[in-house]
Design a protein around this ligand. Structure first.
Ligand code: ZN
Length: 245
């Protein structure tokens, strides 16, 4: 038996439900392969259009924290953390402080693979998604640099940073400018659980109902772009986030 400790994956998101809509397949496949998975979500999603039975933003935030925890459980996420940033306000957050928070998490958790959104802001071009991409990109590099935040613990060089990307657009919506993918994940084996995790976001069910048939047609694959690694290399097409690790 191998003495090697399990590989670790860190996924950084903006809102409760991003973890299943965007990254659910990757998280479940990784867990199935024995990878330890962790999700950090920046906001409690209290600016959402769909508000369930919540009477206030704070109440919606509390509901969505619970929904996030339930979804992470279905996705077999080993650790999840929901931060206290304001939904729909991430573009105004202090960049250096926010990146430092992620540097500290990366140096402590020591992931091999980091997943986040691309700069396009994902399917709905949400500014929070773009900002999470920027913070995570900076933190991925700065966590590995002894010059950056030396007070936040020993450096950690994660092996791969991937952006989530897409091979389709929502009809009738402003299209993002997505990164070309380098990884096509076949997530059909975990598709039913991905939908189960969607449905754990009870307050967001109207959104799910609106797009359900559309998602069902497209749900068998997730697309990722390898954006950073410690080794210089040509981009090649893969079907696994962990090849060679
Ligand atoms: Zn989101």
């Amino acid at each position: 038996m191998s003495e090697k400790s399990p590989l670790k994956l860190l996924c950084v998101t903006a809102h409760p439900d991003d973890e299943c809509f965007a990254f659910g397949g990757a998280l479940m496949l990784a867990a199935e392969a024995g990878v330890e998975t962790s999700v950090i979500c920046f906001t409690d999603g209290q600016a959402a259009t769909n508000r369930g039975v919540a009477a206030s933003g704070a109440e919606l935030g509390r509901m969505r924290r619970e929904e996030f925890a339930a979804s992470c459980k279905i996705l077999d996420v080993a650790h999840h953390e929901l931060l206290d940033y304001q939904d729909a306000q991430l573009e105004f957050a202090n960049f250096s402080e926010t990146a430092a928070l992620l540097v500290q998490r990366i140096r402590t958790y020591k992931p091999d693979v980091v997943l986040t959104f691309g700069g396009d802001g994902a399917m709905n071009t949400h500014a929070d998604h773009t900002m999470v991409s920027c913070f995570t990109n900076a933190a991925f590099h700065w966590a590995a640099s002894p010059k950056r935040f030396p007070g936040l613990g020993p450096t950690h060089t994660a092996r791969r940073l991937f952006y989530n990307t897409t091979n389709f657009f929502f009809p009738g919506r402003p299209a993002p400018l997505p990164a070309p993918w380098t990884v096509t994940l076949d997530v059909t084996s975990v598709q039913h659980r991905k939908f189960e995790a969607f449905r754990a976001h009870t307050s967001q069910l109207p959104l799910m109902e609106k797009f359900q048939s559309f998602f069902e047609k497209r749900a068998g694959q997730e697309f990722y772009t390898l954006v950073s690694t410690p080794e210089p290399q040509a981009a090649i097409q893969q079907t696994d986030l962990f090849v060679g690790l």
